[in-house]
Design a protein. Structure first.
Lengths: 246, 767
């Protein structure tokens, strides 16, 4: 009996779903041999409410989404947060710094009255989350790794070390040595330091490691020339949910 | 005391022993080196002409093995060459015989005081050195650059060739497709070449899931030549050989090692963070097939280290016997490189295990690791780190799998965590300590080779600047010395009778500044200089009235007399104000730390003086004006309460004319005569344009001023380290005893009165 897998989109750009199955054809066939996908709005029209593994994409930003997510949780054996918005709140939480009325007005103008919104939050602020596939978007194939781990009956390995580890393994010259700044030292790895390897820096899309030394990272960012305000901005992009929630 | 003349040797020994030193003597250089290997010395007096090894040769070996020993040369046969050579080897002076013993004693005393270190004569247990495998073959030849090119091209036909390439201004190992890509004169590679023996990620074996477990080993047997390996990395590879091949030989490592050719190159331009000589790794005798030394003119001396190296030369290229001159040249360029290392260990490396043993509970681990990011950068770039993790990876068909090993390291949070959740090294301090112990003790004891080769990569990679084992070893050694010194203080040290006794100084002239302030110029009766740093203070005694701390208002660059500007506020200052030229007062000091001149050099300096805060700042201002080229922009902001209370008005007028200083002034309250700015001192700060990255601000004024000035400076984004203030406290004794000046745990007369804002933030009572 193959496990049934379902995907659910909440508030987000749906890029994670789109990218998640951007696999080689052979891998898609292997995946479909291993599981039944019963609910996936991006690729199929059929829907079913009978599933084992639920992937949640996007953050919760409307009152109605709370009940919807709770219902999914009650039906799924395993619930996995897919992508930055579902895992850590992501860029949606930038709006939490504004009064909700103002956020609505900025986005919908004089049509604001037709919509409702609540401060954005990750899936685990609403229901218990079993596993996370992090990133904005996650590395292609990462989702498959989680599925494989579950099929093999083991916990998906989620690195709890920072991007620096994979960055050094990739042989990169440190972003700071290149005269720029980076969130890599406190951000969870798993991405093979893809942004630094491509010549950029880490933006923090996979969220903080457990027990991050954020104070030290902030001191270092200042030492390398950022103002206090710029340091705050740098953390804000993806990692503002915890700050606002406090 | 090393001299072959018994009379010189014994007379100086007697003299110094009378002066309280413990002295050992040696007749020859060999004897001296043997003594130095067994015991710890602080100072060496060395004759140049000795039977056997010369003084210069002894000095060179001492610099390599015991770089902290201060040496002075004595000789009856001075020459320009030996003087220059001795100076290059770090000798502090060069005396010509006959030597005056009390002059020599004074030199030793001052040198030891300036190094902050009492002579220590502690017996050192030297560990037996591990048996070093003799090289399979040992000979030297010469190859031209063209010949080397032929060799590399020949190797490339037989195997994969990796070497050091330039990349974005740094260097790193990569595959070499053309000889021209190869850099042989580089400082340090971003990643160590050990990754070709122990890659960041590799497959240990492959397997198939199913009823019958099918396993297939997956060792990498690619034949590979690594070209341009520095001696320190060669030593790291030898350490890895011990760890991976001596016991429980590792098949994957072994396969790589057997198929690897190592062509080393002497490091002639070391990274400024390297301390290889202190770890004994700047040269390699073994561990390579070939080792190149660039002797200039497109020639390399090649040390052949193995039969395989010999075969490769034979097969691929042409070499010739070296001339005597070329062998001498190899030695000379190696010496030249040796002098370029700037960092050194302040403790014999044989003593590191013992030092670490004694430092397990040191507060250093906790305090230094506070900023540790647990990012793992230190272990990921280290050539001697080899810890790994193992994970299974299965294909989507759920049949084919492989077991992978990837780099892991003890500074990462989860390194010692088990499945139940227990973490056996859960805090930063214990992980930080563990890594340093591996580098200085555990690896040495387990494998007989030092766990740190001094390459400096971790010091470069660590953003928090805490990773260098050298720094840890030196800090722990210093702390051990202080503890040792403290024990000696109680048992042996004679009290300094002059501690509380002032020196007589004559009042040369006195001048009234305002109704409340006068400036006094003093000169010591014995003609000596005060020797102050800008920002220090003295204790001034008017006998019968008492003693008061007064900041020094003149720079040491302005001659032997010194000025104290004094506001009449208490008994002592009132008595001072009544004195006439010719009167004699008592002076103790100078005390305190003074302004950080070295940190200011090459920077923009923003001086902010409020009221009589100008008195101490004037000494710094004079110093800067007298050494104007050493500093970039100089800006002075000065605020007085009223035009009548402006201090040194004629000097202020002169400053406003100068082009090499930007001077802005304000008064809190103007009057009919005043045409300048009116407003408190903080109103001047927004008016000046400063670059927060280049500027250091120094503020001196009344306590109330600091809060507001600091606030304004922080609005301009100055880092805490670059905001400096001088604090006023009740400094009664000046020597860190009486307790009056204490701010929390800090004695202002000792650690202050000058503090950075970083320091100030930890002193809750300060502002």
């Amino acid at each position: 009996m193959k496990p049934k897998v379902a995907f659910f989109d909440f508030s987000g750009c749906e890029g994670c779903q789109l990218d998640a199955l951007n696999l080689d054809a052979g891998d898609v066939v292997d995946l479909l041999n291993a599981v039944d996908i019963v609910n996936f709005r991006e690729v199929m029209t059929e829907r079913a409410d009978d599933y084992d593994i639920a992937f949640i994409e996007g953050s919760v930003t409307r009152e109605s989404e709370i009940a919807r997510l709770q219902k999914i949780r009650s039906q799924a054996k395993v619930l996995v947060a897919l992508g930055a918005c579902a895992s850590i709140g992501g860029v949606n939480c930038l709006k939490n710094h504004l009064p909700m009325e103002e956020a609505l007005r900025i986005v919908y103008g004089d049509k604001a009255g037709y919509y409702d919104t609540i401060p954005a939050r990750p899936a685990n602020a609403v229901v218990a989350v079993d596993y996370y596939v992090r990133g904005c978007p996650p590395v292609t194939g990462e989702l498959v790794k989680v599925v494989k781990a579950l099929l093999l009956g083991k916990k998906p390995e989620i690195p709890n070390f920072p991007v620096c580890v994979e960055c050094k393994m990739a042989g990169n010259i440190c972003v700071f040595e290149r005269g720029k700044t980076c969130l890599g030292p406190v951000i969870r790895a798993g991405c093979s330091a893809i942004c630094v390897t491509s010549g950029r820096h880490c933006w923090g899309c996979r969220g903080l490691v457990d027990e991050p030394n954020v104070d030290s990272e902030k001191d270092i960012l200042q030492k390398y020339g950022l103002t206090v305000a710029q340091v705050v901005e740098k953390f804000k992009i993806y990692n503002t949910y915890g700050d606002v929630a406090k | 005391m090393v001299d072959d003349e018994a009379i010189v040797r014994e007379s100086i020994k007697d003299w110094l022993e009378d002066a309280g030193y413990q002295v050992a003597t040696a007749e020859t250089g060999e004897e001296a080196l043997e003594l130095i290997g067994k015991r710890d010395f602080g100072f060496m007096i060395l004759d140049i002409r000795l039977p056997g090894k010369t003084g210069i040769e002894v000095l060179k070996e001492v610099k390599a093995q015991r770089p902290w020993i201060k040496s002075v040369i004595v000789t009856a046969y001075p020459s320009a060459e030996t003087t220059a050579e001795a100076a290059r080897l770090g000798a502090i002076d060069y005396l010509i015989k006959p030597v005056v013993p009390d002059g020599l004693e004074k030199l030793i005393r001052e040198t030891i005081e300036s190094a902050g270190r009492e002579p220590t004569v502690t017996t050192v247990e030297v560990r037996p050195k591990p048996p070093v495998k003799a090289p399979e073959i040992k000979r030297s030849v010469v190859i031209t650059r063209e010949g080397l090119k032929t060799l590399v091209e020949g190797l490339a036909e037989d195997m994969e060739v990796v070497g050091v390439k330039s990349r974005n201004g740094k260097y790193d190992y990569d595959k070499i497709t053309a000889f021209a890509e190869l850099s042989l004169n580089y400082d340090v590679s971003v990643t160590p070449p050990t990754r070709y023996l122990l890659p960041p990620l590799e497959t240990l074996f492959k397997f198939k899931l199913g009823a019958a477990l099918e396993l297939k080993p997956a060792a990498d047997t690619t034949r590979r030549a690594i070209i341009g390996v520095h001696p320190s990395d060669i030593k790291a590879m030898e350490m890895l050989d011990e760890a991976f091949m001596a016991t429980n030989p590792d098949p994957n490592y072994h396969a790589r090692r057997q198929n690897t050719v190592i062509i080393g190159v002497d490091c002639l331009n070391p990274s400024p963070k390297s301390f290889a000589p202190s770890m004994g790794t700047h040269l390699a005798e073994t561990g390579f097939d070939l080792l190149l030394t660039d002797i200039g003119d497109d020639r390399y001396v090649v040390n052949v280290g193995s039969a395989k190296g010999d075969e490769l030369l034979e097969k691929h290229t042409k070499v010739r016997e070296p001339t005597g001159d070329e062998i001498a040249r190899q030695k000379a360029v190696r010496d030249e490189a040796f002098y370029k290392y700037r960092l050194s260990l302040n403790v014999p490396r044989e003593r590191l295990p013992k030092l670490l043993d004694d430092s397990y509970d040191s507060p250093y681990w906790e305090s230094r690791s506070a900023t540790c990011l647990s990012c793992g950068s230190c272990v990921m770039v280290c050539p001697t780190c080899f810890c790994f993790n193992v994970q299974d990876e299965v294909a989507l068909n759920l049949k084919d799998g492989e077991r992978l090993r990837h780099r892991d390291g003890c500074t990462l949070i989860d390194f010692a965590r088990v499945a139940s959740g227990e973490n056996f090294r859960h805090d930063k301090a214990s992980r930080f300590r563990h890594r340093i112990y591996r580098k200085g003790k555990y690896i040495l004891e387990r494998y007989g080779r030092i766990g740190c080769v001094g390459c400096g990569r971790c010091a470069t990679a660590c953003l928090a600047d805490i990773a260098s084992p050298l720094e840890a070893f030196n800090a722990l050694a210093e702390s051990a010395r202080i503890q040792e010194a403290a024990r000696r203080v109680i048992s042996e040290i004679q009290p300094r009778t002059e501690l509380y006794t002032p020196r007589p100084a004559e009042l040369v002239r006195v001048r009234e500044l305002t109704a409340r302030e006068k400036v006094f110029e003093f000169r010591f009766k014995d003609g000596s200089a005060l020797g102050q740093l800008p920002g220090q203070f003295v204790e001034v005694s008017v006998m019968g009235v008492g003693e008061a701390p007064i900041s020094i208002s003149t720079s040491p660059t302005r001659g032997k007399s010194f000025q104290l500007a004094v506001r009449n506020v208490g008994d002592v200052t009132n008595a001072l104000h009544k004195l006439q030229a010719g009167a004699v007062v008592g002076i103790r000091g100078p005390f305190g730390n003074g302004f950080p001149i070295q940190a200011l050099e090459g920077r923009d300096v923003l001086l902010i003086a409020g009221g009589i805060g100008l008195f101490p700042l004037r000494s710094l201002l004079q110093f800067i004006l007298d050494r104007r080229d050493s500093f970039k922009r100089v800006i002075l902001l000065y605020g007085s309460r009223s035009p009548a209370e402006r201090l040194f008005p004629e000097e202020l007028a002169d400053l406003s004319q100068r082009r090499d200083i930007e001077f802005h002034e304000t008064v809190d309250k103007g009057d009919a005569t005043w045409q300048g700015n009116v407003g408190v001192i903080t109103t001047l700060i927004p008016k000046v344009n400063i670059d927060p990255k280049k500027t250091i601000a120094i503020a001196v004024g009344p306590p109330i001023m600091y809060r507001f000035v600091i606030g304004e400076l922080k609005k301009r984004d100055l880092a805490d380290d670059n905001v400096i203030v001088s604090l006023e406290r009740r400094m009664k004794c000046g020597v860190g005893k009486c307790g009056h000046c204490q701010i929390n745990g800090v004695y202002v007369c000792q650690e202050g009165p000058v503090f950075t804002l970083t320091q100030l933030r930890k002193m809750r009572e300060a502002v």
